[in-house]
Design a binder for this molecule. Structure first.
Ligand SMILES: [Zn+2]
Length: 432
């Protein structure tokens, strides 16, 4: 299925993980209005490596040169005969896109300048140099996402809190499993503000990564999950009938059945309901759905006022704000069920698949979706639909990787379900 991706990742995964400071800020990225050519060039060995990769990919190919997870990757594509190198390192806040000349190896920066505010050309050079460092590490199968090359040069955002140190963690990788974020190393030159409290990566129950896995999301961590080597003790969720935890999902499916059959009841939409929930809201589920107009959760689940916490973004992507909204609903409203709902013919996923330059804010959404393209590219069937499904799974994974939510899951305060809404039939189904 993902032979090529696995092929290029094998080297990287066979080495032990080195240190990562998952949330260090080392600069910031803006978009360049037009590409900035640089004198920075990939060395001969690197160029040969890209040539080999390009010849395997063909004229319209895409692959990850290395990938830890949805937020840490370096990608290469040959669309339209041009070579495009992209680096996305969420931990370091480094986001780069540039062209590589197949002849000279020189980089033209399309995105990722003003990394340090040195001026456009100097920043482009610096960004290109940094991108090549990632590429070199990918080629040498070293940790791609160590922030060490960057931390020494920046002081502009040092108003930050002290760095959160983490004890080392070891985790055995399956071949198809991306590298996980690992703790910050001791003795790093600069300590910056961690974006998120990193320790939650450990508190989270071991989880499967293979997006194509047929396994269901269990209501609670299943015994089989304990097979993954973790050094941290497991927190067991409160005991209780699994069916009780799934009641919100059943209720949603029942509403969807009414919707599909045309027997909607429009529950909880009376003035009495308004009065009731004006005193206290007790929503029974959170739905993170796409903002595309064919996919409104209250309608497709036939629910009313005060029933659902609905969060909608293009491509149902979850960044800090959406994750915070989920956390809020879990912690303050006591909602214990979350459905992440992708849908057929998602327009932003389609746009992301087309590639090409996007305006900055739309690119920010596309960047969240792009890892799903790779996951879907080698699957049989429709690329768009496969990407929608892969993206939904990635969002679920990101939610489960979020410290506060991982804790809620481990304590049995939250269950997460991936779902797919078929805009042709109106039917919502569980997404394996
Ligand atoms: Zn959509």
């Amino acid at each position: 299925m993902r032979k090529f991706a696995v092929f290029v990742l094998l080297g990287a995964l066979s080495l032990p993980l080195s240190a990562l400071s998952a949330g260090d800020w080392v600069g910031y990225v803006t978009y360049t209005p037009k590409p900035v050519p640089t004198a920075v060039a990939m060395d001969a060995a690197g160029l040969k490596w890209l040539k080999d990769t390009a010849s395997r990919l063909g004229p319209d190919g895409f692959t990850f040169l290395g990938r830890r997870d949805a937020d840490h990757w370096i990608a290469f594509n040959t669309k339209g005969g041009t070579w495009v190198l992209q680096v996305h390192d969420e931990g370091a806040k480094f986001n780069f896109r540039g062209l590589v000349s197949p002849k000279t190896g020189k980089l033209t920066v399309e995105k990722g300048v003003q990394w340090e505010g040195l001026g456009r050309q100097a920043d482009a050079n610096k960004s290109a140099t940094l991108a090549l460092e990632y590429a070199a590490k990918a080629r040498a199968a070293k940790d791609l996402f160590s922030s060490e090359p960057m931390t020494a040069t920046v002081g502009t955002m040092s108003s930050a809190k002290p760095e959160t140190k983490m004890p080392p963690m070891e985790k055995k990788m399956a071949p198809s499993e991306p590298k996980k974020a690992v703790p910050a190393s001791e003795g790093k030159p600069v300590s910056m503000k961690p974006k998120t409290p990193v320790p939650a990566k450990q508190a989270e129950p071991a989880k499967k990564e293979m997006a194509a896995s047929p396994m269901e999301e269990p209501a609670a961590p299943a015994p089989a999950m304990a097979a993954t080597a973790m050094t941290t003790p497991k927190m067991m969720p409160p005991q209780g009938p699994a069916s009780a935890a799934e009641l919100p999902w059943k209720r949603l499916l029942e509403g969807n059945k009414r919707f599909v059959s045309g027997k909607v009841t429009h529950p909880d939409q009376s003035m009495a309901r308004i009065e009731e929930i004006s005193k206290e809201q007790k929503p029974f589920a959170i739905v993170l759905a796409c903002s595309d107009s064919p996919a409104p959760p209250e309608v497709v689940f036939d629910q009313g006022l005060g029933d659902l916490v609905v969060i909608r973004t293009a491509g149902e992507v979850a960044t800090d704000v959406e994750l915070g909204s989920i956390e809020y609903a879990v912690d303050h409203l006591g909602v214990a069920y979350l459905v992440v709902m992708g849908h057929r013919d998602c327009s932003i996923v389609d746009e992301t698949l087309k590639g090409g330059d996007l305006p900055a804010n739309i690119e920010a959404v596309a960047a969240q979706i792009r890892p799903a393209v790779e996951g879907a590219r080698f699957l049989k069937g429709d690329l768009l639909d496969n990407t929608v499904r892969e993206n939904t799974r990635n969002v679920v994974k990101k939610i489960k990787d979020t410290p506060a939510l991982a804790l809620a899951i481990s304590e049995g305060r939250l269950n997460v379900k991936a779902a797919y809404y078929d805009t042709m039939t109106g039917k919502v189904s569980e997404l394996p």
